[in-house]
Design a protein around this ligand. Structure first.
Ligand SMILES: *Cc1c(COP(=O)(O)O)cnc(C)c1O
Length: 395
């Protein structure tokens, strides 16, 4: 590294998180970067302006604050470049628009984040892109689905809400033999627990809304690409007039400093609660890749460095009492909030709607409930859940 920052590429992850991104020496030694809010950037003379001969040229083209966050993501993901976008959903839709054209065929994992499916089924179909969903556990079998016009394979592991694992390296190898770009929604693992580009993925997507933010107060996304696919991604961002806000970038960079230690806590508490749930009679199954009982566990163990704080379980219920049991359980919880998103400091619980699935349909033995385990003390969270189960049992 040419600057005089203390980190080195082989330092531990928390050391790197503490020092990556901005260089304090660029701004008088202040530890954090300034929040540079900008539209206009002034040039010293016409000649400089004509050849765009300075680092910053306009607010949408980046500022020292957004660059600090992009640099941090490039380092975390091992990427050639990163773009910042206004939400995690935009971090999916922008690369799809970058790499897909009318007449192309795209393969999308069936356990995908639901609003991604909505984008595919509405806008991409309208633009003439053929969409096909595939089984998350298809592995090398994906080759049979590839057509001459297949251009993009979208992966997400573990899958949203039901946490199926995917063999990312195998899918990437097949995709590249057929000249397809591979995108991966890596929000669950964060680059600390999985580095998609090391497994052959071309474009790694994050809802930085989740763990990088960590405090339920920012919506933002990032997309990091390898050298082959970076230019097209950046050109698409510029063409569409999309950019990340400097204020939000500052907050995400702030969140990254503690993301390693927060994730360790989320991981430990979530696993403790997942194991405890597995032993209960009111729970049919626990859907958590780090449990040895989970079907995708071997892939998780082989490829991932850790597990985060979001998982689901199947609450025992039959068709008649499912709705009432779910309401009784969720309405009784007091530490677990009822709300969307995850990755913040506070615990959340939601009943998962899987009606959009075409291949991996909802289980028949109960209701899927997704938990986000926050930073609270595990004993309090368990007694909260215990009260929920007691209320559900009365139905
Ligand atoms: C939340 C989420 C998103 C979208 O993020 P927003 O910032 O809420 O738009 C995308 N992918 C996954 C896997 C998510 O969980």
């Amino acid at each position: 590294m040419s600057d005089n920052r203390p980190q080195s590429a082989d330092a531990g992850v928390n050391t790197r998180l503490a020092h990556m991104g901005n260089n304090p020496r660029d701004y008088h030694g202040f530890v954090n970067p300034p929040i540079v809010r900008a539209s206009t950037v002034l040039f010293p003379d016409v000649a400089t302006m004509e050849k765009r001969g300075q680092k910053y040229t306009y607010g949408t083209r980046g500022t020292p604050t957004t660059d600090a966050l992009c640099d941090a993501f490039n380092e975390l993901e091992g990427a050639a470049g990163t773009i910042l976008v206004p939400s995690g959903l935009a971090a999916i839709s922008i690369p799809f628009l970058a790499y897909l054209s009318a007449g192309d065929h795209a393969l999308i994992v069936d356990s995908v984040y639901t609003p991604c499916r909505d984008f595919c089924n509405t806008m991409l179909k309208r633009l003439g892109v053929e969409i096909e969903y595939y089984d998350p556990e298809i592995g090398a079998g994906i080759e049979a689905l590839i057509k001459p016009n297949t251009r993009l394979i979208h992966t997400e592991a573990p899958g949203s809400n039901t946490f199926e694992m995917q063999d990312i390296r195998v899918i990437s190898d097949v995709a590249h033999r057929h000249d397809c770009v591979v995108t991966m929604d890596n929000t669950w693992a964060t680059p600390l627990y999985f580095r998609p580009l090391d497994f052959g993925v071309d474009v790694s997507i994050h809802a930085t809304t989740k763990y990088p933010s960590g405090h339920s107060d920012i919506v933002m996304g990032s997309v990091s690409a390898n050298a082959k696919h970076w230019r097209r991604l950046e050109d698409t961002r510029v063409a569409m007039g999309i950019c990340g806000s400097p204020d939000d970038s500052y907050q995400i960079l702030r969140g990254l400093r503690t993301m390693g230690i927060r994730l360790e806590h989320h991981q430990k508490s979530a696993l403790d609660i997942a194991q405890w749930l597995e032993g209960r009679d009111d729970v049919a199954r626990v859907l958590h890749p780090a449990l040895s009982s989970f079907p995708g566990h071997e892939i998780w163990k082989r490829d991932f460095k850790g597990s985060s704080g979001v998982f689901s379980f199947v609450l025992n219920a039959d068709a008649e009492n499912a709705r009432a049991r779910t309401h009784a359980f969720l309405d009784t919880l007091k530490y677990f909030g009822l709300g969307y998103s995850w990755g913040g400091f506070e615990s959340l619980a939601v009943a998962v709607n899987l009606s959009d699935r075409t291949i991996r349909k909802a289980p028949s033995d109960g209701v899927v409930i997704r938990l986000q385990i926050g930073l609270e003390d595990v004993a309090d969270l368990k007694s909260d859940l215990e009260a929920g189960f007691a209320a559900a049992a009365l139905v």
